[in-house]
Design a protein around this ligand. Structure first.
Ligand code: MTE
Ligand code: MO
Length: 309
């Protein structure tokens, strides 16, 4: 996406900056030591390169993004990930890349990070449950990682798996889905420049509740496609099994493109509510492909997006 980097607009140029800095100042004043890794203004700044993805969008606050989460490995309540995900050991971390690649193996996170440029990407996030947020992610294109591994000619899909650690994840003792959490993309979706592996947000390392240390972000699909705490990526020639599709294919399709014209069997998808606006916040219209139609509609030319939902 050369040509997209012309602007210096980033999260820090838009509304929540002052709130965020105030919070930092308060926290530093409250005692930086007690607050550990998250204390101190810019203590852990990643220095991500600004891009103009998301110019004009108003990011949710750091508090919203890190306190209202879905990460069922730690429980199904929206507050459970913030309460319990600190139990996840995120260092050391490696991602096994296997299947139809020239260089299969365990890719250490440090090693991956030494070979990519971190960028800020301010994206909309639309959950299938009808809430939405805007998140200033930090990450790099998934295509860069796949190129490190060398995708072979026969590969058609990319499968992802989250860590499964019963000792650290209190939620996996409940059979909510068939663990580990699994997701998948068609190869062209995976190679699309909007598709990133995120390792941080608000220019800080990824909070555990958001999928530390590395998670997928596919902004034009329902949030559940953006799988957290990834330990395995497999290139395949057949469509991979994915956790929510296996749970209920009628409700959760393989594609899961945000689509206001295809209702969930139990609710309409025409509207959504942005988190942080209070309980009585006005609903807003859901956009086709979550607002990324210009970028991604070509991927689905000629496809019936109701059947292939
Ligand atoms: N491993 C794993 N990844 C996951 C989930 C999960 O429960 N487990 N929840 C998904 C859902 S439903 C959403 S909406 C997003 C939420 O991401 P956030 O908590 O960073 O906003 O993560 C997705 N990735
Ligand atoms: Mo979700």
């Amino acid at each position: 996406m050369a040509g997209r980097y012309k602007s210096d607009l980033g999260w820090s140029d838009v509304t929540p900056k002052a709130d965020w800095l105030n919070r930092r100042a308060l926290m530093a004043g409250a005692g930086a030591l007690a607050l550990g890794a998250i204390a101190g203004p810019a203590a852990a700044s990643l220095g991500a390169k600004k891009t103009d993805w998301g110019a004009g969008l108003e990011p949710n606050t750091f508090e919203d993004i890190t306190s209202y989460n879905n990460f069922y490995e730690f429980g199904t309540d929206k507050g459970d990930p913030a309460r319990y995900a600190s139990a996840l050991t995120t260092d050391p971390w490696s991602v096994e890349i296997d299947g139809l690649v020239d260089r299969p193996g365990a890719y250490g996170l440090e090693d991956i990070l030494s070979k990519v440029t971190l960028e800020e990407r301010i994206y909309r996030l639309r959950c299938v449950e009808r809430w939405s947020m805007v998140v200033p992610w930090v990450g790099f294109e998934l295509a860069d990682l796949l190129e490190m591994a060398g995708v072979q000619a026969g590969a058609k899909y990319v499968a992802f798996e989250t860590a499964l650690r019963p000792d650290e994840m209190r939620g996996v003792s409940y059979p909510v889905i068939d663990w580990p959490y699994r997701e998948g993309l068609r190869l062209d979706e995976a190679m699309h420049p909007l598709t990133i592996m995120a390792t941080g947000l608000y220019d800080e390392p990824m909070p555990n509740q958001n999928g530390a240390p590395i998670r997928l972000v596919v902004p034009w699909k329902y949030g559940y496609k953006s799988i957290k705490s990834v330990v395995r990526i497999s290139l395949t020639d057949t469509q991979p099994v994915t956790a929510w599709n296996a749970y209920s294919a009628k409700e959760y399709g393989f594609y899961s493109n945000v689509n206001p014209n295809r209702d969930h069997p139990r609710w309409s998808q025409k509207y959504e509510r942005k988190v942080g606006g209070g309980l009585f916040a006005k609903q807003v219209e859901t956009l086709m492909f979550n607002g990324y139609e210009a970028e991604v509609a070509d991927l689905y030319a000629g496809m019936d997006l109701i059947e292939f939902h």
